[in-house]
Design a protein around this ligand. Structure first.
Ligand SMILES: Cc1cc2nc3c(=O)[nH]c(=O)nc-3n(C[C@H](O)[C@H](O)[C@H](O)COP(=O)(O)O)c2cc1C
Length: 207
């Protein structure tokens, strides 16, 4: 199977093979989201074991988007040196690593996040506490944490994205007929995703 074991390229990133470790919350960060030597050792072990690309567990881009304890965070500059050291160690082990940027949205832990979970609508049955329906201002305010954290990651050489919060906007389960989202037209609805993509790709690093 030469394709599976041979090098491959994703945009500007060269991988030694096509094996990818799917994003997995490891619960090995500190209480405030910093990367630890234990988490670094785990990821280096994967790289040395032959995984071409590692996707980190989801990392919260804003404190109100934290889903669980000991989750990796990327919401303040002080967290970057730990991520840089981890990335350098994974590269030295022969692997590449991308960080899964996330805001947990309705699945944020209200105690850790310090407020009610954010959602497109006040839907019940998903969150640990009644969610707050996001306003247009809340939605606009969400672009920057994703885009600026990507910018902060240029040095470490980590890039990736997903968002539980953003995908909720495109789900009928999370947005019902009385919500802000339904009062937006299709162009407005897709604008937050488009803005994010534009800002992130302008600012992202090359490896
Ligand atoms: C313990 C655990 C933690 C996970 N954490 C994440 C995560 O942080 N982000 C994510 O997108 N998926 C997460 N997943 C989902 C996995 O990345 C993967 O998609 C899922 O386990 C299905 O893969 P499989 O079909 O190979 O089992 C997690 C799964 C497990 C079991």
């Amino acid at each position: 199977m030469p394709k599976l074991f041979g090098p491959t390229v994703i945009n500007t990133m060269t991988l030694s093979n096509r094996f990818v470790r799917s994003a997995t919350w490891e619960g090995m960060a500190t209480a405030d989201g910093a990367c630890t030597p234990k988490l670094t050792a785990l990821l280096v072990n994967l790289a040395k074991g032959g995984v071409g690309l590692i996707v980190t567990g989801h990392a919260y881009v804003r404190q109100d988007g934290q889903a669980g304890p000991w989750q990796l965070g990327v919401y303040k500059d002080e967290l970057v040196p730990g991520l840089q050291a981890m990335t350098d160690a994974v590269h030295a082990g022969g692997g590449k690593v991308v960080m899964q940027l996330n805001h947990a949205g309705i699945f944020a832990d209200p105690e850790l996040a310090g407020q009610a979970p954010l959602a497109p609508s006040r839907v019940g049955g998903f969150a640990g506490a009644p969610p707050k329906e996001m306003t247009i201002k809340d939605i606009d305010g969400m672009v920057r944490p994703f885009a600026s954290q990507r910018e902060g990651l240029r040095r470490p050489g980590l890039t990736a994205s997903k968002s539980t919060l953003l995908t909720a906007f495109f789900s009928v389960s999370f947005s019902h007929q009385f919500s802000t989202i339904v009062r937006m037209n299709t162009a407005e609805l897709s604008r937050i995703g488009q803005e994010l993509l534009c800002k992130c790709s302008r600012r992202s690093g090359r490896q």
